[in-house]
Design a protein. Structure first.
Length: 459
């Protein structure tokens, strides 16, 4: 690793907010890092992208992987299903929903694909999505509109906007389409947007969908372990949330909640596997190699979807136990949210910029926050032109150079993005971080911006 221009981290002190500590007395922040698997030289400031898990959960994962290899058929056919049911029951309790409505998939994108590829669309049916939809889900909608009669309709905006504006925009779009003779069949929206990392008013959007007779499909990739969730009260039509992002579960593991009323709409998993029940056809008979099951068709369908490492699904109880040792869901969420809010304000002050927030202060009511970088598009474009380079793509060039340079020169990573004509950094609050980490990060960002203006991103 090159250490050129590497800011020196000041000697770390106990920076845990409000003196928060685990039940065992270990302070949140750097004292907790020893419970995780990080390289000692690496500072993980981008928990939100891929998550991580503690050593105790790794032990659980390895335990189940070892059991699988010891007796593959015995474990996969007979031992695994009841263990999976235990995981489903434990997460259903956290989410306050019926265990019969809960199954697992590898990630949120898989669940969104499962929903949209199962629904039957007719001419005039629309899929509504918001401008800040996750890129893979946006492409999924594009694929569906290429292969079915469905069409897409977008709610266009640039943050910051108010929660009320987003809800009104949803209602307006649905009414506009109806006035044209079309019908919004389903609306896809987030709990917390990925880029920029902001909280959406998903509760109010779900209520609006109910009022309008539109199916609600909530992409809660940043959901469980991140923001409070009560699916019994929320009652969405489809809900998915990655457990490997914020719940300290190994990748890939996502909870997929479908209320019983909508389970008949999802006939196939992705990929289609042994649990699929074809429509009756003369002369055709199907059977499962796993034998008969007393479980519902929905649960049985998702129990075995091709051969993968199902170990992560079985780590839910261990992850919840670890979180309980930290003080429980409310304590963990409160620390991460307050930390990232204060960190964003601190870094914005250092950089002389701003935090992305609306007038109501709701966008940062989560474990993510976004700070504008002190780079101006015209000035950076001028640097590119002076070097004889095209200026049209400087947004992505700067983003990509800064991302790689963080890893190579500073042994860290922060999620960067070009949005609304400027560059932003997305911070993630987490229990193994504290304010001094973000103070150091502010220095790194300041130095990187200076290096951008010196033209290093063009080399």
């Amino acid at each position: 690793m090159s250490t050129t221009n590497l800011p020196v981290r000041e000697k770390e002190t106990n920076g845990a907010l409000d003196g928060i500590a685990t039940q065992g007395g270990v302070r949140f922040g750097k004292e907790l890092r020893k419970e995780f698997l990080f390289d000692e030289k690496y500072l993980n400031l981008n928990h939100g992208s891929f998550g991580t898990y503690p050593k105790s959960v790794r032990s659980t994962l390895r335990h189940f992987q070892d059991l699988t290899e010891a007796c593959p058929d015995k474990f996969i056919r007979y031992t695994y299903p009841p263990l999976l049911d235990e995981s489903r029951a434990s997460i259903a309790k956290v989410l306050n929903c019926d265990v019969e409505t809960v199954v697992f998939v590898p990630n949120a994108t898989t669940a969104i694909n499962t929903v949209l590829r199962n629904l039957v669309f007719s001419p005039g049916d629309k899929i509504l999505y918001f401008a800040t939809i996750y890129g893979a889900c946006h492409k999924t909608i594009s694929y569906i509109t290429e292969t079915t009669p469905a069409e897409a309709v977008e709610v266009e905006y640039t943050y910051p906007v108010s929660d009320a504006w987003l809800v009104d925009a949803l209602k307006s779009k649905v009414r506009e389409e109806r006035a044209r003779g079309a019908e919004v069949k389903i609306a896809v929206f987030d709990t917390v947007v990925s880029m920029p990392g902001v909280r959406m008013p998903f509760e109010k959007l779900t209520e609006a969908c109910k009022e309008l007779g539109v199916l609600s499909c909530i992409d809660g990739a940043h959901g469980v372990g991140h923001v409070p969730l009560d699916l019994g009260k929320l009652d969405p039509d489809f809900f998915v949330s990655n457990c490997h992002k914020w719940l300290f579960v190994p990748r890939g593991c996502a909870i997929f909640h479908v209320p019983i009323r909508n389970q008949p709409l999802l006939r196939s998993t992705l990929p289609t596997s042994h649990g699929f029940i074809p429509k009756p056809q003369s002369g055709q008979k199907f059977s499962s190699p796993f034998g008969p099951s007393a479980k519902s068709d929905f649960v049985n369908n998702f129990e075995f979807v091709g051969t993968i490492d199902n170990g992560p699904y079985l780590c839910i109880p261990a992850a919840l136990e670890f979180r309980e040792s930290l003080g429980g869901e409310k304590v963990v969420m409160a620390y991460c949210t307050r930390l990232v809010q204060q960190a964003a304000e601190n870094v914005a002050s250092v950089l002389g910029t701003e935090v992305l927030e609306n007038g109501e202060g709701t966008l940062t009511n989560c474990c993510l926050a976004n700070v504008r970088l002190p780079l101006h598009l015209e000035a950076v474009g001028a640097v590119a032109e002076k070097a004889g380079k095209e200026k049209d793509n400087v947004g992505n060039l700067v983003r990509d150079w800064m991302g790689r340079t963080m890893v190579d020169d500073y042994s860290t990573f922060m999620a960067l993005f070009f949005y609304g004509g400027g560059w932003w950094v997305r911070f993630s609050g987490q229990v193994y971080l504290e304010m001094e980490d973000f103070e150091w990060a502010g220095g790194v960002l300041k130095k990187l911006c200076e290096r951008v203006m010196a033209g290093e991103f063009l080399v």
